[in-house]
Design a protein around this ligand. Structure first.
Ligand SMILES: Cc1cc2nc3c(=O)[nH]c(=O)nc-3n(C[C@H](O)[C@H](O)[C@H](O)COP(=O)(O)OP(=O)(O)OC[C@H]3O[C@@H](n4cnc5c(N)ncnc54)[C@H](O)[C@@H]3O)c2cc1C
Length: 594
């Protein structure tokens, strides 16, 4: 990347970002807002009123809705114009994903189609494949699905048994096998299927059409949630796939699977941001109507605490999602400027931010789970009734921690990728890690200079990063090449990393807002930031202690314990007053409007 201001993926751990270099949602332009409005109107007026019927496995209705989305142009937002799309950038695609995320299980069908069902062809297809399939996928004439998972191959997809055998005349591959958990399977026309060519070590990818001999579709799975999206088993019994339908290189499918997952991961945090906002809106509407003890429940402190906390975490999630999305756009642009083909640049740009994508996936899915849980609680008994939208939101949320790589796998990706890039010399983790170790040996600097508001916050973030570097550096020294076996420590480090990225993204957004809002308006955002930092520091402290207590002892442990305390110090905050202020704004607006 040519732009030195843009940090490389993972580099946030060792370098500072300037607020003016990040994108914040307040900067969307008119065109982007109009696209978001179209998505909003479609989910609110067309999709959501039919959700009960959609949840009865009505495949015809799901097909019809996807096609209607196609007619409105919503399926082709990120596809190039030459394939009947709109050629929009990543940030815009993310905004539309966020809005569609308010459409419950339809959002899953939409995301599977526009993401994993379509993009492998855009990024890896030959010109013929792109011309043949993309315009139909952009308009909804064809619906796409993605078949990677098998009964014995979930988190470890390269271990699948589906097999392809090249015919003697070299004209087609003969495919056999069973894929499970195929989202959109019941309505799809084309399937992106992963299978190993006999004798190969890695997967290959094939585009298979529903109408071909030997393709059989299973019935819809009965699921806990997202019942409006069809999920089936996909059977292949001697399916003859013309060699023209091999996608990318033979033996090169694992790379495709991983790269497409990176994309799905960050998109998921956009969708969960939208779903979180929708749930907050519903909870606010209910709390502003429901009376107990002669008062609206929204006037109770316990409920206000929940509402403000739901909003703060959603705001943090939104901040990190768009920060990373703009990084991806900038990287793509800079690769293209360097002469790279657009498709390759897209893939490289997304891979560059694989760490941030996994962070966003984990954070977004866990924020939404928190938000829907509190949403049900605010509704009380009615939250348990299938008549209310929070009951559906609660059921639908849970899958997000499982697909697109489970949150455990994604946590491992965050730390694993960082270390990989460190070892490869792409990120200099050693110098700052050594500096922290040296700082620990020195005398702490207690002379607290009076810092401005954002300077003080930046110091806290720098300290959080020191806590991570100290823990990771010592753990690596202790376990060396066996570090990968220490999953509990990796989970701790990942949680520290995720919280730090969220806190920093939120801080940079509020700092940027300080140039746009007057002090009175800004004070609410500062309150949110204060609370977030106040809540985050003890969490980082706990994760750090869990890690160091498991491998260090004696003087080393004592030194690191003191360091951990020092690196996770934050200012005291009157969180009750601050949360009440935020709740009052939410209650007055009767919607999430932050
Ligand atoms: C509703 C739904 C829709 C889906 N849609 C699709 C789709 O469209 N296409 C598709 O291909 N797949 C799809 N999937 C599959 C999904 O991606 C997998 O379920 C997921 O990747 C996890 O695989 P698994 O279910 O086999 O769990 P497993 O891999 O068996 O994992 C079980 C548990 O073990 C943990 N675990 C596994 N490996 C490790 C490890 N190395 N270290 C530590 N912990 C580990 C996991 O985190 C998890 O907690 C869908 C799944 C569902 C439920």
């Amino acid at each position: 990347m040519t732009d030195t201001k843009t940090l490389k993926g993972g580099e946030f751990l060792i370098r500072e970002t300037a607020a003016q270099d990040i994108f914040i949602p307040e900067e969307f332009n008119e065109e982007q807002r109009m696209m978001a409005q179209s998505c909003k109107e479609f989910t609110e007026n067309v999709v959501n009123p039919q959700m009960d019927q959609l949840e009865k496995h009505d495949r015809e209705l799901l097909s019809k809705l996807l096609k209607e989305a196609g007619e409105l142009g919503l399926l082709g937002i990120s596809l190039p114009e030459e394939y009947d799309g709109f050629g929009q950038n990543f940030v815009t695609a993310m905004l539309t994903t966020e809005e569609m995320g308010k459409g419950y299980s339809f959002a899953v069908a939409f995301s599977a189609h526009t993401g994993i069902g379509t993009l492998p062809i855009l990024y890896y297809g030959t010109e013929e494949q792109k011309k043949k399939y993309l315009p139909k996928l952009a308009t909804g004439e064809y619906i796409g699905a993605y078949c990677l998972t098998e009964a014995e191959a979930g988190s470890d997809p390269n271990s699948g048994k589906a097999e392809a055998v090249l015919s003697e005349d070299g004209k087609y591959y003969n495919l056999n096998g069973v894929k499970i958990w195929t989202t959109n399977g019941g309505v799809a026309d084309i399937f992106i299927v992963f299978a190993k060519v006999k004798g190969d070590k890695n997967l290959s990818t094939f585009i298979i059409e529903k109408t071909w001999d030997g393709v059989k579709l299973g019935v819809d799975e009965e699921k806990m949630g997202i019942k409006g999206s069809t999920t089936i088993q996909f059977y292949m019994d001697d399916v003859k796939v013309p060699v023209e339908n091999l996608l990318g290189d033979q033996n090169g499918g694992f790379k495709i699977a991983l790269n497409i997952l990176n994309l799905g991961r960050i998109k998921l945090s956009g969708a969960t941001t939208g779903a979180s906002k929708a749930t907050i809106d519903n909870a606010l509407n209910y709390a502003n109507e429901r009376k107990q003890f002669g008062k609206l429940i929204s006037s109770f402190g316990a409920i206000q605490h929940k509402l403000s906390e739901m909003a703060i975490r959603t705001f943090a999630c939104e901040s990190l999602t768009y920060r990373a999305s703009q990084n991806i756009d900038d990287a793509i642009e800079s690769y293209v400027a360097g002469g790279m083909d657009k498709g390759k640049a897209n893939l490289k740009g997304i891979y560059q931010y694989a760490i941030e994508a996994s962070i966003a996936k984990v954070y977004g899915s866990e924020v939404l789970d928190f938000v829907v849980d509190e949403g049900v609680q605010i509704y009380g008994g009615m939250g348990y009734s299938a008549e209310t939208p929070v009951e559906r939101a609660y059921r639908d949320s849970r899958i997000n921690r499982i697909f697109e790589g489970t949150n455990e796998i994604n946590r491992m990706v965050t730390v694993g990728e960082l270390l990989k890039r460190g070892f490869k010399g792409e990120l200099d983790l050693m110098t700052p890690a050594k500096a922290v170790a040296k700082e620990l040996m020195g005398i702490p600097d207690f002379g607290a200079p009076s810092l401005g508001y954002f300077e003080a916050k930046k110091k806290v973030i720098t300290n959080f990063k020191k806590a991570i570097l100290m823990t990771a550096g010592a753990a690596l020294q202790k376990f060396m090449e066996k570090f990968a076996d220490e999953q509990e420590i990796i989970m701790n480090l990942s949680d520290m990393l995720i919280l730090t990225y969220a806190a920093e993204s939120m801080m940079l957004r509020v700092e940027k807002l300080s140039g746009m809002y007057d002090e009175e308006k800004l004070s609410l955002y500062k309150d949110m930031l204060d609370i977030f930092f106040y809540d985050t520091a003890p969490k980082i402290h706990k994760f750090g202690l869990d890690a160091i207590n498991s491998f260090a002892e004696g003087d080393e442990l004592m030194g690191m314990t003191m360091g951990m305390k020092r690196f996770t110090k934050v200012a005291a905050v009157n969180v009750v007053a601050a949360r009440r202020k935020i709740a009052v704004k939410l209650i007055e607006d009767n919607k999430y409007d932050l």
